[in-house]
Design a protein around this ligand. Sequence first.
Ligand code: AMP
Ligand code: MG
Length: 404
Amino acid sequence: MTGVISVDEHRAQVTELLGRRPAVSRPVAECAGLVLAEDVTAAVSLPPFDNSAMDGYAVRSADVAGASEHAPVELSVGADIPAGRVDVPALPPGTAHRIMTGAPMPEGADAVVMVERTDGGTTRVRIHAESAPGTHVRRTGEDVTSGTVALEAGTECGPAQLGLASAVGRDTLAVYVPPRVLVVSTGTELVLPPEPLVHGQIYESNSVMLGAALRALGCEVTTVRSVADDVDSFRAAIEPRLADIDLVVTSGGVSAGAYEVVKDTLTGAGVTFTKVAMQPGGPQGCGTWDGVPVVTLPGNPVSVLVSFEAFLRPAILSSLGHADPDRTHVRARLLETLTSPQGKRQFRRGFYSHPEGAVTGVVGPRGGPASHLLAALSQANCLIVLDEDTTEAAADSEVEVLLL
Ligand code: AMP
Ligand code: MG
């Protein structure tokens, strides 16, 4: 077929269109879910100094050698060392300092006896257990050595990574910032709840779905929820906003009928419209509008979400520096026979589960192949992928599943 491109080709085009987002410096606390655009070199070691792992007494291990329940050793207590004390006195032989978790070890001490192995005394302390050198002491640099790379560029910042970045002294990080996305729903038939519907109208839902999907990737989303199918209205709704936007995503108005407003406005103006060999979601387009990347999705709600999964999600994640932008793929045993058109990659909505003890999971379809079945989509937790050469997948055969 001429003019038809594969799912992979269109995904590659959208990915290239979005490119790599700029790296921006952000406060560490605002970097959750983002990918590092720099190596984070530790400004300090972790721990930065030898410190106590327990509440107890800093001692010289030789002074408590042989101590036991029956033969406690009694030492005088010299100083109190809470966490945060910066003027820690050295430990004279034959004495103990009371010390708290995280407080610096005094010079001369080589072990900590936990408070539970003592009588807890504050001027003199009876110690009921020996303590080998190094016991309950956290050593300088045993976690991270100052000057080494604590986090590599390309790392996704989750809670632990952000904690580490802070612990080694960072207040900001260079990360790839998610795009500001303008989501535009086209269709003269579209009405916004709670306005009553007149026969022939429907409630607009695509922008809500797309907005949620984009926000889940960290994008800042603004929406134009209902643009009539005429070129002037469409232009007027979008053009004034392009200056503050990194990406425009449209729904509807790209298929083969008349009144295809997105196609009519943008054909020959920077956007290429194609047919992708997939079901649902055949009519697709991408390009630029006044220099701003535009991805044009079909209008049917299921096509919108499938297109998001097939093209936009991986392209946006790649633009944000994620090395693997794919959903988790698994093989699963199909519960019903499915048919698929020759030459198209079919994405069926499914429900995947993994019965306890089973080798593979099982997947059953939710709804048929039609692209308007939004309720079935809402019951799905995966997409069943039947490749271009598959025309039938028999019940009990194994199929590829993308977990949503
Ligand atoms: P289109 O691609 O514009 O021909 O739209 C295809 C189908 O999707 C039509 O039945 C539309 O009514 C429906 N549709 C288009 N846009 C939306 C939307 N934003 N929300 C819900 N349904 C839509
Ligand atoms: Mg339409």
